[in-house]
Unconditional design. Structure first.
Length: 206
């Protein structure tokens, strides 16, 4: 199954405290969101991926903010089942293609979409979604590029996610609202599970 079809929302997670990684992942999975993107923005991110991969096998754990070939190798070694990049260069896409796991390369313009499509890629991350044109832009891309589907990420909220998901070229959205910093700091995983359940209900399970 495509990454875009597993769940309507992919939690985009920044983990600062390693001890929150496993309970956070369990809460998201219990809420109905098994696909989890841990961004490589903190020193503990790779170890967080490693722990989630080992202790929460029902999670489809992946690495986000992948920017270099070194990131690709380290993420796969840690147990990432998919990769997500904020943008795309030829060298990075080469590395991700060699990584052996599914990936969503980041795009923000029609030319970038076409460049990846020329390589045979039809599923991409649209980032930063709201800042790069949001719903109108994605809708416009669907006309000349109907065979490409996106996971838009960046500035999307629970209230706006349904509008994105209604577009035929959007398979899922990435969201940061599912793991509020105060909930993580206080260990309120019940709240995170509730937020995940609300997001999972945006699209009935297949």
């Amino acid at each position: 199954m495509s990454l875009l079809d597993i769940a309507p929302v992919v939690p985009v997670v920044v983990i600062d405290d390693l001890e929150t990684a496993v309970p956070l992942a369990r809460a998201l999975v219990s809420g109905g969101l098994p696909v989890i993107e841990v961004t490589l923005r903190t020193p503990v991110a790779l170890e967080a991926i490693r722990r989630i991969a080992a202790e929460v096998p029902e999670a489809v754990i992946g690495a986000g903010t992948v920017r270099t070939a070194r990131d690709v190798a380290a993420s796969v070694e840690a147990g990432s089942k998919f990769l997500v990049s904020p943008g795309s260069t030829a060298a990075l896409v080469d590395a991700m293609e060699d990584g052996g796991v599914p990936f969503l390369a980041g795009v923000a313009t029609a030319s970038e979409v076409m460049a990846l499509a020329e390589r045979g890629l039809t599923e991409m991350k649209f980032f930063p979604a709201e800042a790069a044109g949001g719903l109108p832009y994605l809708k416009s891309l669907g006309g000349p590029l109907p065979d490409v589907r996106f996971c838009p990420t960046g500035g999307i909220r629970l209230a706006t996610a349904p509008d994105y998901l209604a577009l035929p070229n959007v398979g899922c959205v990435g969201g940061t609202w599912l793991t509020p910093a105060d909930a993580l700091a206080s260990g309120d995983y019940a709240r995170i599970e509730k937020l995940a359940a609300e997001a999972a209900a945006l699209r009935p399970a297949a």
